[in-house]
Design a protein around this ligand. Sequence first.
Ligand SMILES: Cc1cc2nc3c(=O)[nH]c(=O)nc-3n(C[C@H](O)[C@H](O)[C@H](O)COP(=O)(O)O)c2cc1C
Length: 356
Amino acid sequence: MLFRKLIAVTFTAFAVLSSFAADAPEKISVEPERILVAYYSWSESGNTKYAAEQIRKASGGELLEIKPKNAYPKDYNACLAQAQKEIRDGVRVELANEPVDFKKYDVIFIGSPNWFGTIAPPAASFLASADLAGKTVIPFFTYGSGGMQNCERDAKKLAEKAKAVLPAKAFRGASVREADKEIADWVKSMVTGYKKEEASGFYGFELKSWDGKDVKTSDFKGKVVLVVNTATRCGFTPQYERLEKLYKEYHDKGFELIDIPCNQFGGQAPGSDEEINTFCTSRYSTTFPRMTKCDVNGDRQIPLYKFLKAETNKADIRWNFTKFLVGRDGKVVKRFESGESLDELEKLIKSQLEQK
Ligand SMILES: Cc1cc2nc3c(=O)[nH]c(=O)nc-3n(C[C@H](O)[C@H](O)[C@H](O)COP(=O)(O)O)c2cc1C
């Protein structure tokens, strides 16, 4: 009886842990040029402007300063009085900005100082007039001492036409200049892209290993690389055995393998990163590098997969164990569908390794 109870408890704990892993917020995969960082800033110290610049730096997006047609008085008390009246009366202030071509963007960061516990009227006007259909909006604020107050709630209301409004972040104005790392980490926890200037074909991508280490595709320069989206509960899962054999046989000669677990096909990679790694290393004794679980199709696909597909037949990944072979020069040599011959794959790996 006790034993049964123990099993039930263990199973429940496992289920809860697995569901946590599945619910972890996933990053938006977006090219930097499709990110807009719009902000309004009033004070001399430009706290919100500073936060916006750091967000731009971390995301690679485009910066836009929101400018009211009638600038607020420079005098603090006069500004307070005007702002208070406008907020109380729900005034939509006119903006001096050129119309924004929203088709160019998928993600819009919107920044404002906290004014009387809410988003400042110029930033509110910007949100209210923006064409946000299909966009992800990410609000951020700076404040004096009040924290976020109603800023997030009110920004959310104004952005109700957006596809999604992600949780807002607020920074204390007086210490925003010490928050560079916090801002960069926050941005990188939500959006992932590759910086344009760094993008050089296959070698322009950043990945995360299953245990959280940074991996760059540029680490594999000059090698023959096989990228495989894998799953632990698939009819093709036994391919792990052959993949490990290939890795053992050719690694010394310049062959690399990047294992990218993916749960998009039949939900056949349900475990956490650690569970997947334990499964592969214990069941198939794999020794090749394994990344964190990723999407390879759709909104949240990692940029590497956009590239691999664009370089081959442009089709979405059809199933687990699709393979891309990349030559020593970074060119994608061939895409293999899940069930295609592993003997053919091996032949091609061998011939690619012979090319200098
Ligand atoms: C008109 C006005 C109203 C403000 N109201 C608040 C407030 O309600 N709560 C708060 O914490 N800070 C408030 N502040 C302080 C600003 O939010 C803070 O200094 C902010 O970092 C300024 O950003 P900026 O430098 O980009 O203008 C207010 C400032 C002004 C000018």
